[in-house]
Design a binder for this molecule. Structure first.
Ligand code: BG6
Length: 513
């Protein structure tokens, strides 16, 4: 179907996409999985869209010894698996890639890196602006920044040129105390403007469009409050299990891995107040304000309003068997790590008083889906004799984040024919149908923003702190009184434990499936 078939008119785009100033990106952990699956394909995607700086280089850094040529072969393989159609420009892109190796805690490695990056800056005329991307386990963040700092690599020019920026992948700490400690260490060496805390959910197209949808249309915002909204559901379900990340995941669990970051950011965007402008600091401030307005759970509420569970053995939709979490390679035999969390929360402000928000995320669900569903209140009275007020379905607005990006609105309409039959129909807007392309990967947007110095789509220090303030008491309650909030189980390939269904039934509703 094309936009013509759906009778959607796409107006003149009002956008600016400016390529950044010349710079180089130094990727720590360059031989790792995230770099192969996300970072390199995203850089190549930007290259093909002419959004990389005109003068640019990629310098890989990792422990594995490799020549530039060997690194380029790896880069080629990663890119070809993500962009099989992009062979033409690939050689030009590979010519921008170099590699150096060393230990992350060895000062000499950083002295070599300093030499190597200056050479690259000269060879590629990249103006000495450097973006350091730490695709590293969190325990290496502070030590790497310390060495970069000691080697003079984070030092910027007096007028901010050349600039030096550091990008951190989550998790930002393990709990409130460790997050604050990490941040204090980083802030003793870097200015806030140099720090980019990545949350790839913020780079997803539909997540980005939430603010535009809410604040660039006059028709939704007047309804966006307790008077018209019944409840909100935020779901991030994954069909995959823990995969090859058991070492990290078994220590983290779903609450740290998904709730403290992605879920909180989506909640903040859907519920925050309008910022005074689309300026990075204003937007980030409003997100933080919203996080501060979430009512903290008391100990009792943690037991009644937060469900945690782990997947047991189960079956896929196609009938094939799925292993239990405890049988996955690398998982501790008696691990009590949760792979699923559902929570009910309230926001204590004028707009949202009394409106329940239900959040759930889990691995090994029946399918992959991320969405925010806003259910409006029912009509106050039914004038259609055959339908009582209670039978009239409510309008639901669904912000579809993945796998299919778009927006659906469920409304009631008359079925054609002589009788007065009513049914629910969906006004559906699908990105790829309307714009004829799939939206670019989140990492493309976020990498571009790092190079442009735009921090709108990144976590602020205050945001990280506010999210941990909410989440840490849950972790503590689970640790200290496990019998009061027990770890439940659900079959792999199902929508989670019954307790999660009961949680939403407290308001007489069901999770969307
Ligand atoms: C990551 C988590 O941040 O997000 C993973 O660490 C999770 O456990 C992933 O699988 C989900 O991202 P996406 O983009 O596939 O929904």
């Amino acid at each position: 179907m094309t936009s013509a078939d759906t009778h959607v008119t796409i107006g003149k785009a009002m956008c600016e996409e400016t390529p950044p100033e010349p710079c180089g990106i130094v990727i720590f952990g360059a031989s790792g999985d995230l770099v192969a699956r996300k970072l390199l394909p995203a850089l190549f995607g930007l290259y093909r869209r002419n959004l990389l700086p005109e003068r640019f280089f990629v310098l890989g850094f990792a422990r594995t010894p490799m020549t530039d040529e060997e690194f380029r072969t790896r880069v080629r393989d990663c890119i070809l698996s993500a962009h099989p159609e992009g062979v033409e420009e690939l050689d030009e892109f590979l010519a921008l890639c170099r590699y150096t190796h060393g230990e992350y805690d060895d000062p000499e490695a950083y002295a070599d890196l300093a030499l190597c990056s200056s050479e690259c800056a000269l060879d590629y005329h990249a103006a000495d602006n450097l973006l350091f991307y730490l695709a590293l386990p969190p325990q290496l963040h502070a030590v790497t920044v310390r060495h970069l700092y000691n080697a003079g690599l984070t030092k910027e020019g007096d007028d901010g040129h050349p600039w030096r920026r550091v990008v951190f992948e989550k998790p930002f700490g393990h709990d409130l105390a460790s997050a604050l400690k990490l941040d204090d260490t980083l802030c003793s060496m870097l200015r806030q403007e140099q720090i980019f805390r990545m949350d790839h959910y913020l780079g997803k197209e539909t997540v980005q469009s939430i603010l535009m949808f809410r604040f660039a249309n006059a028709i939704f915002e007047p309804l966006w409050n307790r008077s018209y909204i019944d409840h909100v559901q935020i779901t991030v379900a994954e069909s995959l299990g823990v995969e090859h990340r058991s070492a990290y995941y078994d220590n983290a669990g779903c609450l740290r891995d998904m709730f403290q970051n992605h879920m909180m950011q989506m909640l903040a965007l859907v519920a925050m107040e309008p910022p005074t402008s689309f300026d990075s600091e204003r937007v980030r401030d409003e997100r933080v304000k919203l996080l501060h307005s979430i009512r903290p759970w008391s100990k009792d509420e943690i037991c009644s309003s937060v469900v945690r569970a782990q997947y047991g053995a189960g079956i896929k939709a196609d009938g094939s068997p799925l292993k239990a979490y405890l049988d996955e390679p690398g998982i501790a035999p008696r691990s009590s790590t949760e792979t699923y969390v559902a929570a009910k929360l309230f926001i204590d402000n004028w707009r949202w008083q009394g409106v329940p928000f239900f959040l759930r995320s889990g691995k090994r669900m029946p399918r992959k889906v991320s969405e925010i569903a806003v259910t409006f209140r029912r009509v106050p009275h039914s004038m259609f004799g055959m339908h009582s007020k209670a039978e009239m379905p409510a309008n639901v607005l669904i912000l579809k984040i993945q796998p299919e990006e778009g927006i659906d609105l469920h409304i009631q309409a008359k079925q054609p024919g002589p009788k007065s039959c009513m049914s629910t129909m969906t006004l559906a807007f699908k990105y790829h149908e309307i714009f004829g392309i799939n939206p670019p990967d989140a990492y493309e947007r976020l990498l571009l923003d790092c190079m442009l110095g735009d921090r709108t789509l990144f976590w602020s220090r205050e945001g990280v702190e506010a999210a941990w303030q909410l989440i840490t008491p849950i972790l503590e309650t689970w640790r200290d009184t496990p019998e009061a909030s027990p770890l439940l189980h659900y079959p792999a390939g199902s929508w989670g434990p019954d307790a999660s269904a009961r949680l939403i039934r407290t308001i007489g509703k069901r999770w969307r499936e």
